[in-house]
Design a protein around this ligand. Structure first.
Ligand SMILES: Cc1cc2nc3c(=O)[nH]c(=O)nc-3n(C[C@H](O)[C@H](O)[C@H](O)COP(=O)(O)OP(=O)(O)OC[C@H]3O[C@@H](n4cnc5c(N)ncnc54)[C@H](O)[C@@H]3O)c2cc1C
Length: 425
């Protein structure tokens, strides 16, 4: 590996190589880089992987985010060109009956549903849109390993990244860490992350979907004896989740994959022919669920967004939505500073503080609601009850509750509208 300490240095007469470095090409980073570039800023997006292929990630785009993408002029093209499925309801099956617990038909006038679009399709779509703007630069296979700081070692003013075995430095007025749940930059920046505790882990598996399969809502949970199953409609496949008590992966290994196959086959017998392919526990992908908060989202020159700032549980499927809402708030706050070369560091600091002030309250609310839902689900798993809880029967009798719940879930996301006219279609 060689190190190029010269190539990334500011050019004569220019203090920085770029206005903003965004680290991490997940939904938070890609959407932010797109917004900044479209707003006229210079932005470099660094992604450690060589492509956007990823499986079993949060990909349920909420009505509020679809509305936001519509304001940008992107939603209709995205929905027309990217294969996806829509889920108008969140359904929980228990005791042989289906209970609609959230109905999204009143959650948006234009897009009254969650759109399930794999990140492997959504991210290249957004990156391609961003590439239309001259200020945008994307470096794939570029892994950030170090923060650069001012002479006095205080303010962050860039990153060192390794790409193709070569390490380069890139100076920027502000660094945004959108590098996910195990954020390297969160550690390098000295942030304190606190685990709020999660009661569940998920084991994922996918099987092909056929036209003969029942027309289930895209978002389903099923209570099975001793297990909770998630069934997500992913267009050409079913994404199947086997939810277990946190840390229970070892027990699943001991019991063998047969118990998992049996649970799915019993509850979803029409999948029997495809579940034959599941013969080994190692075919299951473990998502250790975590709910994490950090002391602050900001240190001078460095802002955390998305999972880097707040790991959330897949309960509610809102990780992608919170990351995009963070990106929207960050673009609103940073663009005026990035477009004005004379704006002082103090203005950037204030902009980053604004992002946390706007985004932390809805994020905290979402995490609180996830912890309640997780605790309840974990308690039922521990007891082994399969009977529907009383509240399900209430939802059954009063359908308005599902509508209210759908509107409330969707409103928790709170995507800030674009402030800059350039961002409006
Ligand atoms: C394995 C996994 C499974 C998940 N499953 C689900 C699910 O089933 N349901 C659900 O709702 N949510 C799920 N989530 C959460 C959901 O995908 C996230 O909440 C959402 O993607 C957050 O977006 P983000 O942009 O903040 O971070 P991410 O999507 O995690 O993106 C971070 C990006 O940063 C890049 N990166 C990391 N370190 C560096 C570095 N040093 N330099 C450069 N780039 C770097 C990574 O390669 C990645 O592309 C899952 C997350 C993970 C990691």
């Amino acid at each position: 590996m060689t190190t190029d300490h010269g190539g990334g240095r500011p050019r004569a007469g220019e203090a920085y190589d770029t206005g903003c470095v965004v680290v991490g090409g997940g939904p938070g980073g890609v959407v932010l880089a797109y917004l900044l570039a479209r707003g006229g800023a210079r932005v470099t997006l660094l992604e450690s992987h060589g492509d956007f292929n990823r499986r079993f990630r949060g990909d349920s785009i909420a009505p509020a985010v679809l509305d936001y993408l519509h304001t940008l002029g992107l939603a209709d093209e995205m929905l027309e060109t990217l294969p996806h499925t829509v889920a108008g309801e969140f359904v929980w099956r228990a005791g042989g009956r289906a209970y609609v617990l959230a109905d999204y038909r009143r959650a948006s006038r234009r897009y009254p549903y969650y759109a399930l679009i794999p990140q492997a399709r959504f991210l290249p779509f957004m990156a391609e849109k961003a590439a239309a703007y001259p200020g945008f630069e994307l470096r794939m296979g570029a892994r950030v390993g170090r923060l650069l700081r001012d002479g006095d070692g205080g303010r962050v003013n860039g990153v060192a990244y390794t790409e193709g075995g070569v390490t380069r430095e890139l100076r920027a007025r502000v660094v945004v860490a959108a590098d996910g749940r195990n954020s390297k930059l969160r550690g390098l920046g000295g942030f304190t992350a606190t685990e709020l505790g999660a009661g569940l882990d998920v084991l994922w598996y996918a099987v092909p979907r056929t036209p003969e399969d029942p027309p289930l809502s895209g978002l389903q949970l099923v209570t099975a004896p001793g297990a909770l199953l998630a069934v997500l409609n992913q267009d050409t496949s079913w994404q199947l989740g086997y939810l277990i008590a946190a840390g229970g992966h070892g027990r699943v290994r001991e019991r063998g994959v047969g118990a998992v196959v049996e649970a799915f086959t019993r509850e979803l017998p029409w999948l029997r022919d495809r579940l034959f392919s599941l013969t080994d526990v190692n075919q299951l992908t473990l998502l250790p669920v975590r709910i994490t908060t950090v002391d602050t989202w900001y240190r001078p020159g460095l802002l955390l967004i998305g999972d880097a700032a707040h790991v959330i549980s897949p309960v509610g499927g809102n990780g992608i939505n919170l990351a995009i809402a963070d990106a929207a708030a960050t673009a609103n706050a940073l663009l005026p500073c990035l477009l004005d070369p004379a704006s002082p560091a103090a203005a950037l600091d204030a902009a980053c503080r604004e992002v946390e002030a706007v985004r932390r309250p809805p994020t905290d609310r979402e995490q609180r609601s996830q912890r309640r839902a997780e605790r309840a689900a974990a308690a039922r798993l521990a007891k082994g009850t399969t009977a529907p809880p009383f509240v399900f029967r209430l939802f059954d009798r009063v359908p308005a509750l599902a509508t209210l719940n759908g509107r409330q879930n969707a409103s928790l996301i709170r995507v800030p509208s674009p402030r800059s006219e350039i961002l409006r279609a």
